[in-house]
Design a protein around this ligand. Structure first.
Ligand code: PA5
Length: 460
């Protein structure tokens, strides 16, 4: 069964004039479809947009699965992912969704996993305290091969490994980077370590279904072939230019229309599933970095993605969603069947006010709470949609990744912006290089120093 996008609660027939008229959606589709669909097709055909076809790379899965087998008897107890942004958020999402957030505490035959993403010395020290380098595989991932955070973290773990067991340098490091360029590629060549490639035509935040996301997944027991199959099937489903059959295009168009017609500029993703909580972090980067741009009329555009988790945020955010400004479109993720379920025991039968809970399963409780929040929002004329996921598994997670990637790419075409660059992120990277005195960034360094010198501080 496929992941479904349910959107009746964004329509005016359910939320009054705060919603969209269905005919308006169809009209907008008619006006924009050819331009946007063809633009994506063209980018795909001239091979500048690789993410659509990434799931077809079964050879890569074979190569990774073979690598995992090779390490089976090598007593690998830990797996450390060194990367940031698009080079780690997908890995975290897969691990949390498939293995569970408490994976490291579980009994298993696969290694524990740690994510060295931030350059926070406390977190890094903790990882160093936990792992024994000789029993640890380090997967350093950076498409550019030069990101300061990733390279700093790699330098730290490399040094630790070199000191503890220099003979294991080649064996305990897996490198994922560009085929030809970047500092990491230079290091890989120098050390004689084979590299896994981040394809040229797949940007960081769209790269989860390449070696970037798949290696750590396979080492922790995730069925990467099923993940790819789910993505491939969703890609097929979303290849039509018929808006009424294409969930990713429909979702993008709805968000675009709410933005231009109703000033709705916040996109809340609210999974009712702990294991899908990190998917919101992955999606936040995808949506924000792709769509927060300056359009062709020099207008600043963008819809702010916000993260929410059911039911926890019912006790934190939902008040704002129901009575705050009409600036949000909420998308729930509802899970059809939980992989594990537990029943609330029939205790405290003497307390009448608790009897409605006795004998109820937690899965049912979570689903009822989602449906109740949906009802309350709809009654308050707050537009909301639902992504229905039959069960959290590899196949369906693959579908979700591809759904969101196509949705984001299509939204980029609707806004007439380049969804695949990130000049804002690059400028932050350049400022870091300049402040830290990286060779080649001297002019920016002088500019920044002058700027900081002239700046008046105000603090209390
Ligand atoms: O989507 C992107 O391109 C970025 O967010 C990158 O993923 C992030 O900056 C990390 O870059 P790199 O993989 O080059 O280290």
């Amino acid at each position: 069964m496929s992941v479904l996008f349910r959107f009746e609660n964004v329509l005016s027939e359910n939320v009054g004039d705060k919603g969209l008229d269905y005919n308006l959606i169809l009209k907008a589709a008619q006006e924009n479809m050819q331009r946007c669909h063809l633009a994506l097709l063209k980018k795909r055909q001239n091979k500048t947009l690789g993410f659509f076809d990434a799931p077809k790379n079964t050879q890569l899965c074979d190569k990774i699965n073979t690598l995992v087998k090779k390490y089976k008897d090598k007593n690998i107890k830990n797996f450390v992912v060194i990367g940031i942004g698009g080079s780690s958020l997908g890995n975290i999402t897969i691990n949390d969704a498939i293995n569970g957030k408490l994976y490291n505490e579980k009994k298993k035959n696969t290694p524990n996993i740690y994510f060295a993403d931030n350059v926070d010395p406390e977190k890094l020290s903790d990882i160093l305290e936990i792992i024994n380098p000789s029993e640890t595989l380090f997967n350093v991932i950076t498409k550019s091969g030069s990101t300061a955070e990733t390279m700093s973290n790699f330098m730290l773990f490399y040094n630790t490994l070199e000191k503890a067991c220099p003979d294991k340098i080649k064996e305990n490091i897996i490198i994922t980077t560009d085929r030809e360029k970047g500092n990491l590629k230079i290091i890989a060549d120098k050390l004689g370590i084979d590299t896994f490639e981040v394809p040229d035509n797949i940007g960081g935040r769209f790269s989860v279904l390449t070696a970037v996301g798949l290696i750590s997944a396979a080492f922790t027991g995730v069925d990467i072939n099923a993940l790819m199959k789910g993505a491939e099937d969703m890609e097929k489903k979303c290849s039509t230019d018929d808006i009424e059959k294409n969930p990713a295009y429909m979702a993008a168009l709805i968000h675009y229309l709410f933005y231009i017609e109703k000033n709705v500029n916040i996109n809340v993703l609210m999974p009712y599933s702990e294991s899908l909580g990190s998917l919101s972090d992955w999606f936040r980067q995808l949506w924000a970095e792709s769509l927060g741009k300056i359009d062709k009329n020099k207008k600043n555009v963008g819809i702010t993605p916000a993260k929410s988790l059911g039911v926890i945020d019912q006790h934190s955010q939902v008040q704002l969603y129901i009575e705050g400004p009409y600036d949000k479109l909420i998308t729930f993720i509802e899970v059809g069947k939980f992989r594990k379920n537990i029943v609330i025991p029939e205790v405290f039968s003497e307390v009448e006010g608790l009897s409605y809970l006795s004998g109820l399963s937690f899965g049912k409780l979570l689903t009822v709470e989602k449906k109740s929040t949906e009802l309350a929002l709809t009654e308050a004329n707050r537009p909301n949609a639902t992504l229905f996921v039959p069960e959290v598994n590899e196949y369906n997670l693959g579908q979700l990744f591809m759904f969101f990637e196509i949705m984001t790419a299509f939204a980029g075409e609707l806004f007439e912006i380049d969804a695949f660059d990130q000049p804002g992120v690059e400028s932050g990277k350049i400022a870091t290089y300049a402040i830290l005195g990286k060779k080649g960034f001297e002019n920016e360094g002088v500019k920044i120093k002058k700027m900081l010198k002239n700046k008046k501080t105000r603090e209390i």
